[in-house]
Design a protein around this ligand. Structure first.
Ligand code: DAH
Length: 340
């Protein structure tokens, strides 16, 4: 048995020496000192020996156990130390290395146009309201005084989700939401997505953006409408921009008009961009129809208002000389990156 103890001790020493990780060391502790470990088993078997033998061999076995305990203990310490050093080395940061280059992105031209136009109106005291893209037929048509047989209500013009719900064909539906939610004075703009059953081509897209505006207060007149929209155009396109209002028809305004800006390409002489007319149409507008104000329970004897709606893509195309609306949606970085 003495020889066995010696052999176990030798084996333990050799294995401990070779252990090269914390796991190795832990495993050796189990293998030699654990409940079923080799040294533990020897100590357990001492019971069957005579008292003299037990004295001598017991001492040897205990010494072996102490020695192995100590060796494994210091091996574990050594391994822990090593692990710590390795972790520190791996986490080391060389602060002298050059930094990574970050490419700064650009705002999409549609987003940028919405922000620029919204800023202009906000500086005039308008606040921003948002409405859902899936809208009720009531808010999109009925409440806007649109006749039952108006072509824009056709299933070939507007996307219907159910009989009573549509993908909004214009942001004018937010006028109704605003009139139902607020009391005059009301002064709100609302940018957002709109949808119409159009086949995509250079100037049409089934999804596009508009910015809507509505103001309702005492004593609002057509002169306020003209002044506001003319200053917006000068602010956005440049201070020498000229505007012109042409009579038009919309169900939700009376009187109604369209605003044109003098073609900035040819200065009014007539060119490809303005299709020879010298003027470019940029928005629809008018005095809010009393029937629309009534939906919001607004006293039409006391209050008047004007409203307008403008295509975002259209003004962005004019301002930046973009000749195909589809470029906005293809997300070709070579196109988008030009709007730095
Ligand atoms: N909703 C109209 C359209 O999509 C634009 C418009 C015209 C809006 C006149 C208005 C307005 O608020 O007063 O073509």
């Amino acid at each position: 048995m003495e020889a066995k103890i010696k052999a176990i001790l030798e084996e333990a020493k050799e294995k401990i020496e070779r252990a090269s990780s914390l796991t190795d060391a832990e495993e050796l502790r189990v293998a030699f000192l654990g409940k079923k470990g080799k040294i533990t088993s020897i100590l357990k078997s001492m019971g069957s020996l005579s008292p003299e033998e037990r004295k001598i061999l017991g001492k040897a076995a205990n010494q072996a156990r102490n020695e192995v305990e100590e060796l494994i203990g210091s091996k574990i310490e050594e391994m822990k130390e090593l692990k710590k050093k390795m972790t520190l080395a791996a986490e080391k940061v060389d602060v002298t290395e050059p930094g990574k280059k970050f490419k700064i992105g650009v705002k999409h031209p549609i987003e940028r146009t919405i922000e620029e136009i919204s800023d202009i109106f906000q500086s005039m005291g308008y606040s921003i309201a948002e409405g859902p893209q899936v809208e009720s037929v009531f808010n999109a048509f009925d409440a806007l005084n649109s006749p039952e047989d108006h072509p824009s209500r056709d299933k070939t013009d507007t996307f219907y989700i159910t009989e009573n719900m549509v993908l909004r064909p214009h942001t004018s539906s937010v006028q109704i939401r605003t009139l139902l939610a607020q009391e005059p004075p009301i002064k709100v703009i609302s940018p957002g997505r709109c949808f119409r059953c159009d086949t995509p081509d250079a100037t049409h897209s089934p999804m596009f953006h508009q910015i809507e505006g509505i103001i309702v207060d005492q004593g609002i007149t057509m002169a306020d409408l003209k002044g506001t929209l003319d200053s917006m155009a000068k602010e956005y396109f440049g201070s020498d921009t000229r505007t012109k209002f042409r009579p038009h028809h919309f169900p939700f305004t009376e009187p109604s008009a369209e605003m044109d800006v003098l073609c900035f390409k040819c200065g009014g002489k007539g060119c490809r961009i303005c299709k020879g007319s010298g003027w470019i149409e940029i928005l629809g507008c008018g005095m809010v129809h009393p029937k629309v104000l009534e939906v919001g329970d607004i006293d039409t004897e006391k209050y008047t208002g004007f409203a307008f709606g403008m295509g975002i893509e259209r003004v962005a195309m004019l301002k930046y000389g973009i000749d195909d609306i589809r470029l906005f949606y293809e997300n070709d970085m070579r196109f988008i990156q030009q709007f730095k």
